[in-house]
Ligand binder design. Structure first.
Ligand code: CDT
Length: 319
């Protein structure tokens, strides 16, 4: 019997700084109702989906910073979403800023959870690839201080849920081949990714016109090369004067986009995905067991950055 999952994208338009948690959770509930009305089993929301994208500001005062984080999940503000999920029998993926305490020390993560159709949290992921910078850089039109406000998570696990093997990642993770491959090696059939991607990237403004292309390129490659479905969902539009891309889409293991959002506002779009469609890729072209050559890949984990000889020639191997 085919393993179908009806997966919805719950793309968000902008969240302004003055918007309350209650307003945002109301928007998430509205998207969930829309998705349920067309038969969705699971809805994927963006990264940091409960607040404005606060890493765009340099904030020194913890009293100002801390309200952007959740101390527990669910909490009073998000309980209506969990209650609705339970009532409708819908699962969801949700990104949020997490403030936790480890051995008496405050630790901050950029986190996503996976909630099953009974409203139970069945997976938690803490973002590994934190982009941007740590210190205030006033030359930028806006900051991208994820390296300051978050600690990298431990890695990419997968969860048995929705009848298959589900992995999670967040935003910048989607640009890295390692993200998908580490989950692919654990059999991931469905990878869920929320994102906030400003159109303008201050260190490389020449990429601005390509930001939607790079979004699709990264996720389509990840899907195809690992024989899995990928669902990427944006928080889009003009938020506190910063424009972010939309481009939310669902990608098949063939690398083809099978559903996409068309606006930069709150928008729900859906696809029926067949988890068994992964097998034809996982068992042939990307049969890892048969074709991978790990003896040749050691540098991927041994070395972090590119290393060249003083004259610019490669340190090892042939040019
Ligand atoms: N949220 C996030 O990871 N955004 C980055 C922006 C570019 S890096 C400054 C991304 O990779 O989309």
């Amino acid at each position: 019997m085919p393993r179908y999952v009806n997966v919805a994208m719950g793309q968000l338009g902008p969240i302004q700084r003055s918007d309350s948690r209650a307003q945002v959770v109301g928007r998430l509930c509205d998207l969930m109702r829309q998705a349920h009305a067309v038969g969705a089993h699971l809805i994927v929301f963006p990264e940091l989906a409960l607040t404005t994208f606060f890493p765009r500001w340099y904030i020194e005062d913890e009293a100002e910073l801390n309200p952007y984080y959740e101390l527990e999940m669910p909490n009073a503000a998000t309980m209506p979403l969990f209650n609705l999920a339970r009532e409708l029998g819908m699962g969801f993926y949700l990104g949020y800023a997490e403030l936790t305490n480890e051995g008496g020390v405050d630790v901050r993560y950029n986190t996503a959870i996976l909630v099953d159709r009974s409203g139970a949290i069945v997976g938690k992921y803490r973002k590994v690839h934190l982009p941007g910078h740590r210190e205030h850089e006033p030359w930028r039109r806006f900051q991208h201080l994820e390296k300051r406000y978050f600690t990298p998570g431990p890695g990419f696990g997968v969860t048995q849920a929705f009848g298959g093997i589900v992995g999670m990642a967040l935003c910048n993770d989607r640009r890295w081949a390692e993200t998908y491959r580490v989950m692919g090696l654990q059999g991931a059939e469905l990878v869920l990714i929320g994102y906030n991607t400003p159109v303008h990237n201050a260190p490389a403004p020449q990429h601005d016109d390509l930001s939607l292309f790079h979004n699709a390129l990264s996720m389509q490659a990840g899907a195809y090369q690992n024989g899995c479905w990928v669902v990427g969902v944006a928080k889009a539009g003009l938020e506190e004067g910063v424009d972010s891309i939309g481009g939310s889409c669902i990608i098949a293991p063939s690398g083809e986009v099978v559903a996409r959002c068309h606006t930069k506002d709150d928008e729900m779009a859906i696809a029926r995905i067949d988890l068994d469609f992964c097998a034809v890729y996982k068992r042939t072209t990307f049969n890892f067991d048969l074709h991978r050559q790990p003896h040749a890949y050691g540098l991927i984990v041994e070395r972090k950055g590119e290393t060249l000889m003083a004259d610019g020639s490669p340190l090892t191997g042939q040019a």
